[in-house]
Design a protein around this ligand. Sequence first.
Ligand SMILES: Nc1ncnc2c1ncn2[C@@H]1O[C@H](COP(=O)(O)OP(=O)(O)OP(=O)(O)O)[C@@H](O)[C@H]1O
Ligand SMILES: O=P(O)(O)O[C@@H]1[C@H](O)[C@H](O)[C@@H](OP(=O)(O)O)[C@H](OP(=O)(O)O)[C@H]1O
Length: 332
Amino acid sequence: MLKVPPHQVAGHEAVDGKLGPLVDESGRFYKPLQDDERGSNEVAFYSSLSTNSGIPEHIRRFFPTFYGTQLIEASDGSGLKPHLVLEDLARGQVNPSIMDVKIGSRTWAPEVSQKYVEKCLKKDRESSSLPLGFRISGLQIFRNKELGFWKPGKKAAQKLSTEEVKLVLRRFVSSNTLNDLDLEPDCGLASTVYGGSAGILSQLLELKAWFEDQTIYHFYACSILLVFEKELALEGRNPNAQIKLIDFAHVNEGRGVIDHNFLGGLCSLIKFVSEILTAPNEYKTEVSAKDGQKNLINTDNGVVADQENLINSGNGVVADQKNLTNAVNGVS
Ligand SMILES: Nc1ncnc2c1ncn2[C@@H]1O[C@H](COP(=O)(O)OP(=O)(O)OP(=O)(O)O)[C@@H](O)[C@H]1O
Ligand SMILES: O=P(O)(O)O[C@@H]1[C@H](O)[C@H](O)[C@@H](OP(=O)(O)O)[C@H](OP(=O)(O)O)[C@H]1O
């Protein structure tokens, strides 16, 4: 039986009669091919990845397993449609915390139309993509069984300012239950999730080492998905923290040139994650130095003006505007 992915955090969604991905019980994720060249590009990328002997084995694990394409009933009722068949990265996870981080300060490939450049540039400007080289496309953070997930709307997630992105990266690995009384995230799970030889930082560094050398592909508008099971981390067990690259509709040939756009964004993400490990309390200092809530709320890109999207969190976690503002800013 195909169903809407229970843990999708960004991208096109199979809701309200729209076209989006589906999952089955055997652990497969079916992503519909978009009718334009984005669909064929993504198939071409996965096919090339499967056959390219230049990709080291330890790097292949950062990509979802690809099982080809299949005609299945599309979620929008339009009938049979070709779908990419991928490994479901949330399979077997009970309450996964997930963050989709779109890498690169520039999200369009060369030789696209001026209209498309303008569309992307607008989003890059309105998000942290330009200043940071990446943006959070969407996320969910498990709080606890009673409260469920903290899942801000996609639009609001994408408009987080630099300070808010730093806060959310801390919040992602915090063990406090993230309600409006939390003054700041405790980063209690940082060493288990971000740190250690199998942790997210170590994986990001491994990926970076490949990007410092590889000239096969240029990954425009591609994301790194960060996933882990918070409940396992809280129990002191291995939280299965992993990073995976997803969304290859805009991958181009590298033609002997390193992917400096992706590499720059990856280094920027690595820097923030490293800082959380070395100085988990630094955010507290920044907040007080900036007169706390007032300055953080009045961000220059209007995150808090987008309250409606944040409140409409899909699973009703954020109950009201006040909680939301506090949730985003980490202040009460
Ligand atoms: N293989 C996978 N397994 C589980 N979840 C996935 C997988 N691939 C993608 N997702 C989920 O779906 C979301 C969207 O994925 P993706 O970016 O590939 O779709 P998209 O519709 O092309 O997105 P966009 O509109 O941003 O281009 C991700 O944020 C993630 O939550
Ligand atoms: O992140 P959001 O707000 O969901 O917005 C989507 C996101 O920017 C995708 O990257 C984009 O697809 P491309 O990158 O492939 O252009 C898609 O365009 P679309 O609506 O034209 O499919 C947008 O709707």
